[in-house]
Design a protein around this ligand. Structure first.
Ligand code: SF4
Length: 331
C-alpha cells in the first residue's frame, strides 16, 4: 500500500503544554475496543483512575472546564507522561492526522482543527510536494479507471488553486465549474473511452463573491450545530468580503488543504460537487471571517481557520451537513 502525504506533514509537532486551544479540552473521546481492553488490565493508580474516568460506553468523561480527566494542570497528558504514546487510544494517538483510502493508495495529512497543524498548512512553502512510502495495509477494491481520472483532475485542480498568478475569486469560480463539468462527465460519459477536457482559459469568469452566494453560505453556517455561542455571534457579523486578494497565497493553501482532503473521497462516491463545494465554502467563509475581524497575519488567519475547522469540519454532523448542501445528488 502506498501512503502519500504532503511533505510538510512530517514537520508536524504537537505543542502539548504550549498549545492555546488543546484538543484535550472540550472533546469527549471514545476509546477504541483494543485500548479499552488494555485499560481494563492496566495495573496501578493510573489504571484505576482511567477505569473510573470512563463512561459505560467507553468515553472519557470530561471534568471541570470540559478538560480530559487525564490532562494535567501543566497541560501535559498523564497517560503519556506515565506510560508513553503507546498507551494512548487510537483517537488521542492519531489526532490531528486524517487518512483517506482509495484502493492501494492511502492519502493522509494533518487537520486544520489543531493550531500547530493549521500554522504548518498555511505556511507550507511547497504545499504540493508529496512524500510516498510503501507499507503494509488493507487494500480495498476500487474503480481504477475512475480513480485515475479523478486523481489526475484533482492534481490539476490543486496546481490551479495554488497558481499565484490568479486571484482567489477567479480560482474559486473556475474550480466550481470544473467540478460541475467533471460531474456531468462521470454521470454521462464512458470514462474508459472518452477523454475529459476542462480548459480554465475558456471559462466565462464572473465574481465568486456575490451577495446571493454569501446569503446561501450564511444560511448554511448558521444552520450548523455550534460548539460555542461565540462562534454563532462571529458568523452573524460576517459580511461579503471585499479584499479577496489580500494574503492570496495563504488562502490558496487553505483551499488546497480542503481540496486535497475532501474532493477525491466524495468524487470516488460519484459526487464531485460535494467535496469541492465544501472546499470553496470553507476557504471563502474563513476569508470572510478574517476580513470582518481584521485578521491579516498568518497567525491570526490560522487561528480563524482552526476555529472554523473545529466547528464545521471536525464535527462529523456539521461536516456531513455541509457536504450535503453541495451534493450533486441534491439536484
Ligand atoms: S490541538 Fe494540536 S498542538 Fe494542541 S494539544 Fe492537540 S495535537 Fe497538540
Amino acid at each position: 500500500m502506498i501512503y502519500r502525504t504532503p511533505k510538510y506533514t512530517k514537520s508536524f509537532q504537537c505543542t502539548a503544554d504550549k498549545c492555546r486551544d488543546s484538543c484535550c479540552i472540550g472533546w469527549e473521546i471514545t476509546v477504541d475496543a483494543r485500548t479499552l481492553a488494555k485499560y481494563k488490565r492496566m495495573r496501578g493508580a493510573l489504571g484505576e483512575d482511567i477505569r473510573k474516568s470512563l463512561s459505560p460506553d467507553g468515553c472519557f468523561l470530561l471534568g471541570e472546564n470540559m478538560r480530559c480527566p487525564h490532562l494535567l494542570k501543566n497541560g501535559l497528558c498523564r497517560i503519556i507522561c506515565e506510560k508513553g504514546d503507546a498507551a494512548l487510544c487510537d483517537i488521542c494517538r492519531e489526532h490531528p492526522r486524517f487518512y483517506n483510502y482509495y484502493g492501494d493508495l492511502c492519502e493522509w495529512g494533518v487537520g486544520l482543527a489543531c493550531e500547530s497543524a493549521a500554522q504548518l498548512i498555511l505556511s507550507a512553502k511547497a504545499p504540493l510536494a508529496f512524500e510516498e512510502e510503501e507499507k503494509e495495509g488493507e487494500v480495498e477494491d476500487c474503480d481504477e479507471a475512475l480513480l485515475s481520472l479523478l486523481f489526475s483532475e484533482r492534481e490539476k485542480m490543486l496546481a490551479f488553486a495554488l497558481d499565484e498568478k490568479r486571484g482567489l475569486s477567479e480560482k474559486l469560480f473556475i474550480l466550481e465549474s470544473w467540478a460541475e463539468d467533471l460531474q456531468e462527465f462521470i454521470d454521462n460519459a464512458d470514462i474508459c473511452k472518452e477523454l475529459f477536457v476542462f480548459c480554465a482559459e475558456n471559462q466565462d469568469i464572473q465574481s465568486f463573491f456575490t451577495e446571493d452566494r454569501f446569503a446561501k453560505y450564511r444560511k448554511i453556517i448558521l444552520s450548523l450545530e455550534p460548539l460555542s455561542e461565540l462562534w454563532t455571534a462571529r458568523c452573524e457579523n460576517v459580511s461579503l468580503p471585499i479584499h479577496t486578494d489580500e494574503n492570496g497565497a495563504i488562502f490558496s493553501r487553505l483551499l488546497a488543504y480542503f481540496i486535497f482532503r475532501y474532493f477525491l473521497s466524495s468524487a470516488m462516491e460519484g459526487d464531485c460537487t460535494a467535496g469541492m463545494g465544501l472546499a470553496l465554502f470553507s476557504a471563502a467563509w474563513i476569508l470572510a471571517i478574517c476580513e470582518s475581524e481584521g485578521r491579516t497575519t498568518l497567525e491570526g488567519i490560522a487561528e480563524a481557520a482552526k476555529d472554523f475547522s473545529k466547528e464545521a469540519e471536525y464535527s462529523e454532523d456539521n461536516r456531513d451537513a455541509v457536504l450535503e448542501a453541495f451534493s450533486a445528488f441534491n439536484g
